[in-house]
Design a protein around this ligand. Structure first.
Ligand code: TRP
Length: 418
């Protein structure tokens, strides 16, 4: 469960949540976000964990159990994850670099950083670190890592949020974060942003929880585990939001930017404030820990799939996939370096995020819900969940009809925008 929390709590909670809130008019966004989490993300998470524990297999074999030809979907999802991971690790590298800079007490402007070759070096370190953890095994690698980093990340978050609440701009920040503006609710874009962010933030719909579910004890209570993961993820996002908006409003900085927020806006605030250097170290240590435990979960899905399908050892599968990851991620890393690699005018990293990162998730989640609810025995769910308690009663309907429909609409809408 800590590993699932580690997967969920990532860069997404710390800056993606804040920037989506910022772009969507603050507190109003929380209503559709909570609804999306409860009605779509949590039921799919329960389904994924149940599939994982029922079949105790990797994603490809799990899809294969619904029908041999569905194995291709398992591979497709693994590929999407590998592509997302390839640029997620570039950003993980940036967080590591800024952790190093703040430990050394040097100020490096983001534009100077990205006009050197340093981003490539930090990307390589992050990819190798992820590979080493996964290669050490589920117990010796992943569990050991998350049992240190997840509590550590929450401690830092709590301390940061409490400290930032004492700043003069905290009140304005809080009313921005929690102020409802119901007129925004009529904008359809708000709803699909909320659903996208809910799935991304909870790492749902990508087979991660199928893979982790396979390692779940027989007596673990799946709905309860899903709720704990969800509440932890929400808490992380809200604590990060409290810290970020208090800082931003104290110094009159723009609240909207995403990557810019973490690497340009907040470092400015850290320069101006007392205890700034310590805050900087804490913030980047938090970002790096959160990113690493998410990266590990994405690689584990691929390693488990390759091991399950080829009988390869964990070491060999981890080594080969890490090498592949480095090869695929290098163009993204180079796109934010002195080389500035781009394609039709946009940097490779942004291009991947705008295509695979945006479309891959609803497509993968759609396949998971469709295949496991329409082509597999209904018994699967009930064998894992027992008699459904009252709050779980809508789950069979939601996972079978509502979620695939909503995901299809979102996919089509975002295809039309492209
Ligand atoms: N949930 C993580 C975050 O908030 C990111 C993440 C981990 C993810 N695994 C994923 C996103 C799989 C999409 C798919 O940053």
């Amino acid at each position: 469960m800590l590993a699932a929390i580690g997967s969920a709590v990532g860069i997404g909670n710390i800056w993606r949540f804040s920037s989506v809130v910022g772009q969507n008019g603050g507190g109003a966004y929380l209503v559709p976000y909570l609804l999306a989490v409860l009605c779509f993300a949590v039921p799919l998470m329960v389904l994924e964990m149940s599939v994982g524990r029922h079949l105790r297999a990797d994603v490809v074999s799990s899809f294969g159990r619904a029908g041999r030809s569905f194995r291709a979907f398992g591979w497709l999802i693994s590929l999407i994850l590998l592509l997302i991971l390839s640029y997620y690790l570039v950003i993980t590298g940036w967080t590591l670099a800024y952790l190093a800079f703040s430990l050394l007490g040097i100020d490096v402007a983001f534009s100077d950083f990205t006009s050197s070759l340093q981003p490539v070096a930090y990307f390589l370190i992050s990819a190798l670190a992820t590979g080493v953890v996964v290669s050490s095994g589920v117990k010796r690698g992943i569990e050991r890592l998350v049992s240190v980093l997840v509590p550590f990340a929450f401690l830092i978050l709590l301390a940061l949020a409490l400290f930032c609440l004492s700043l003069p701009g905290a009140q304005t920040g809080m009313s921005f974060l929690f102020r409802p503006d119901y007129s925004m609710l009529l904008r359809p874009g708000l709803w699909s942003a909320a659903i996208g962010q809910a799935f991304f933030s909870l790492s749902v719909g990508m087979g991660i929880l199928i893979t982790y579910g396979a390692y779940l004890d027989d007596d673990a209570d799946i709905p309860k585990s899903a709720l704990i993961v969800t509440v932890s993820d929400l808490l992380a996002a809200i604590l990060a939001g409290i810290a970020i908006f208090s800082l931003v409003f104290t110094f009159g900085l723009p609240p909207t930017a995403g990557a810019e927020l973490a690497f340009i806006t907040l470092p400015k605030a850290f320069e101006l404030i007392s205890y700034g250097p310590i805050l900087g170290v804490a913030f980047f240590a938090l970002l790096f820990s959160a990113a690493l435990t998410s990266a590990v979960s994405m690689l584990e899905v691929n390693v488990a799939a390759v091991m399950g399908q080829t009988g390869m050892s964990r070491r060999k599968a981890s080594f080969l996939l890490t090498m592949a990851l480095i090869a695929i991620g290098l163009p993204s890393a180079l796109s934010y370096s002195s080389i500035g690699l781009s394609f039709f005018g946009s940097r490779i990293l942004d291009l991947l995020d705008g295509t695979v990162g945006t479309l891959g998730l609803p497509i993968a989640a759609f396949l998971v819900a469709m295949v496991f609810r329409w082509f597999m025995d209904e018994h699967l769910l009930y064998s894992q969940l027992g008699v459904l308690s009252s709050w779980m009663r809508p789950l069979p309907f939601l996972t079978k009809y509502a979620i695939p429909t909503v995901l299809m609409i979102i996919t089509i809408l975002s295809l039309m925008e492209h």
